[in-house]
Write a protein that binds this ligand. Structure first.
Ligand code: NAP
Length: 307
């Protein structure tokens, strides 16, 4: 059975129109910890918010993207999923159909190729007709180590982690404008605060923040109803992240579950939050990042062993 949108509730508040409220383990920042949105009379139940929604989801062969695909499938979405590994994509596609997705198609694409974005959006539009959600989640594999002066590797990572997000947005914006759709951008605490061993990754996530926050203003100024949700994630228990963390000897950090993270991202995107933080304490870190900078810098530099 399709899982309810977590804690999304249909409730009545005295003196107010009927509202849906979302109390999140992770926070939706545009309304503080509680997001409230006025009920659309056309929306009959929670799951119907996403039933039949047309979604293009990148980086869906594993990790958080794979988990998002399963949640969207349970809600009855129509999905196009993408990554490079065809075999893994096919497996995710089959599981999505079993879980209740109305339609699922997969397309293999390497986002280091600047032509991939157009091809993927074209494929999605051919299969689904239009898009209500563009979920930008993929990342290129980058070593968790000190920057070695390889500017070409940084350029490559900027293409995969940042420029391809811009290219996918450019290609999908016309359909999203017609559907009053949503762009969900998966970012990181490293896109708000720089830490060691992730210089290029951090640069790509900072770039996403700048680009999409600026674009959101421009859409609003033009009265264009496309929402942009930036998702600020802390450590999440995906295989690739945990492998890097363990290799660096950072064994005391406790990660947040990928499936819960995926659900919180979907929830934030559905209620059109500007930002979500997951786990919740990442927001505290960001809000206080400019306090006691000397102490903070010392702590960060000393908590990560030099190898
Ligand atoms: P992951 O498990 O490594 O998955 C990455 C996805 O991107 C895979 O589907 C991978 O599939 C795809 N991908 C890799 N290289 C690609 C390329 N060149 N072109 C197209 N697709 C490519 O990552 P994750 O841990 O789930 O992270 C997902 C998102 O959450 C990322 O945006 C990441 O920055 C963010 N995040 C994660 C954490 C964490 O602790 N896990 C923390 C903060 C933020 P293929 O290999 O098949 O292409």
């Amino acid at each position: 059975m399709a899982k309810n949108l977590g804690t999304l509730r249909n409730s009545t508040v005295k003196g107010m129109p009927r509202v849906y409220s979302v109390v999140q383990e992770c926070t939706a920042s545009n309304f503080g910890e509680i997001s409230v949105f006025v009920a659309n009379p056309a929306v009959a139940s929670n799951n119907e918010l996403l039933s039949g929604a047309r979604i293009l989801l990148t980086g869906a062969s594993k990790g958080i993207g794979e988990q998002m695909a399963y949640h969207y499938a349970r809600f009855g979405g129509e999905l196009v999923i993408t990554a490079r590994n065809k075999t893994l994509l096919k497996q995710v596609e089959e599981k999505c159909l079993q879980l209740g997705a109305k339609k699922v198609y997969s397309v293999s694409a390497d986002m280091s190729d600047p032509k991939s974005a157009d091809r993927v959006v074209k494929f999605a539009l051919e299969k689904l007709g239009s898009l209500g959600y563009l979920v930008l989640n993929h990342i290129g594999n980058d070593p968790f180590e000190m920057w070695n002066g390889d500017a070409e590797q940084t350029r490559w990572l900027m293409q995969v982690n940042f420029l391809s997000y811009v290219q996918l947005t450019a290609a999908a914006l016309p359909t999203l404008l017609k559907t009053n759709g949503s762009i969900i951008v998966i970012s990181s605490l490293c896109g708000k605060i720089a830490v060691p061993y992730v210089a290029s990754y951090s640069a790509s996530k900072f770039a996403l923040e700048g680009f999409f926050n600026s674009l959101r203003y421009e859409l609003t100024m033009q009265k264009k109803n496309v929402s942009i949700t930036l998702c600020i994630l802390g450590l999440i228990d995906t295989e690739s992240a945990m492998e890097k963390i363990r290799a660096r000897g950072l064994t005391k950090l406790s990660p947040y579950p990928a499936s819960e993270t995926a659900l919180n991202i979907i929830r934030g995107g559905t209620v059109r939050s500007q930002e979500i933080y997951c786990p919740w304490w990442t927001e505290v870190i960001v809000r206080t990042r400019d306090w006691f900078t000397a102490v903070k810098n010392k702590l960060i530099a000393s908590s990560t062993p030099v190898t």
